[in-house]
Design a protein. Structure first.
Ligand code: ADP
Length: 160
């Protein structure tokens, strides 16, 4: 019975994030989605909005919870008795970044194991930053993010 933490900015959540959560929830007893609140980072959607999106999107899945965290994610995992830190990987570039991060996290919390889950091929091009850019230019993002997010992106980038 292992619980996993799935941390991220989720600014905003995409179908790629949801695919990882949906697959992980059939493997782990519980999945704790952790919306990162990093004071150094500039987000389009504030923490409350990102949490609200996520809560709505994972509502059909009883073993998935949504939290926020402004500490080290390893600290959060420890406090919530989660053994696994889950990260999605789209590409070799993602992997090299995630691999280094996993080594850092292992140094801070040796009892927490990072698991990598490769993206589904349908979602490997989905990246929150690129989706925001597309939305800012009025592009159609409805195939990349859930309807609630697409609507919020439209509102965030009204076209004159
Ligand atoms: P962070 O700022 O922590 O990278 P993101 O919201 O960008 O936050 O991503 C959270 C997690 O979801 C990361 O592990 C990332 O690699 C993964 N992820 C993002 N997009 C996808 C996707 N399309 N397919 C699979 N995993 C993804």
């Amino acid at each position: 019975m292992v619980k996993a933490v799935f941390p991220g900015s989720f600014d905003p959540p995409t179908f790629g994030h949801l695919d990882i959560i949906e697959r992980a929830r059939t493997i782990f007893e519980r999945v704790l989605v952790v919306v990162a609140v990093n004071r150094e980072k500039q987000y389009l959607f504030d923490a409350d909005e990102r949490v609200a999106f996520m809560r709505e999107l994972v509502a059909p899945w009883p073993n998935v919870e949504v939290h926020t965290c402004d500490t080290l994610v390893v600290e959060f995992a420890r406090q919530h008795a989660c053994r696994v830190l889950l990260r999605g990987v789209r590409s070799v570039q993602d992997f090299s970044y995630e691999f280094e991060l996993s080594i850092l996290n292992k140094g801070v919390g040796p009892e927490i194991e990072t698991f990598f889950m490769p993206t589904d091929q349908k979602f490997f091009v989905l990246r929150s930053s690129a989706i925001k850019e597309l939305a800012a230019y009025g592009g159609d993002v409805s195939g990349m993010v859930p309807a609630v997010v697409a609507k919020a992106l439209k509102a965030a980038y009204p076209r004159s």
